[in-house]
Design a protein around this ligand. Structure first.
Ligand code: HEC
Length: 103
């Protein structure tokens, strides 16, 4: 019997995609209300000092939020914003903002 290699590859890829996109964007949107004040409702900030989050890499957003929590990245505002978030909140917020168009 021939091994259905395409099928195995497709399964592998969908598993990879599933782990890379662990967050739930809809749940992230529900949590993002406070973030909009500074980062813009569509993740595009109107203030020079506030970075855009729309279209940013999901893993980068996760890493940044965890770094604010741990103090590895020092910013008093974002430390306060990140402090109450649990890992699931962070993954969901990252999924939401990374999925927004940056245009
Ligand atoms: C009061 C304004 C304000 C609010 C509200 C706010 N942020 Fe921020 N955010 C900032 C500022 C200012 C920076 C840049 C800080 C720095 O220089 O590290 C930043 C940086 C970030 C970064 C790093 C971006 C990058 O590419 O390095 C992420 C991610 C982020 N914020 C996510 C959030 C999320 C998620 C929320 C809502 C829970 C939120 N922020 C709420 C002001 C805010």
């Amino acid at each position: 019997m021939r091994t259905p290699r395409c099928l195995i590859m497709a399964l592998g890829l969908s598993l990879l995609a599933a782990t890379a996109q662990a967050g739930d964007a809809a749940a992230g949107k529900a949590k993002a209300g406070t973030c909009f004040t500074c980062h813009g409702a569509n993740g595009i900030s109107k203030v020079a000092l506030y970075p855009n989050l729309a279209g940013q890499k999901e893993q980068h957003l996760i890493k940044a939020l965890k770094a604010y929590q741990s103090g590895e990245r020092a910013d008093p505002t974002m430390k306060a914003m990140a402090a109450p978030l649990c890992d699931t909140d962070i993954e969901n917020l990252a999924a939401y903002f990374s999925g927004l168009s940056c245009h």
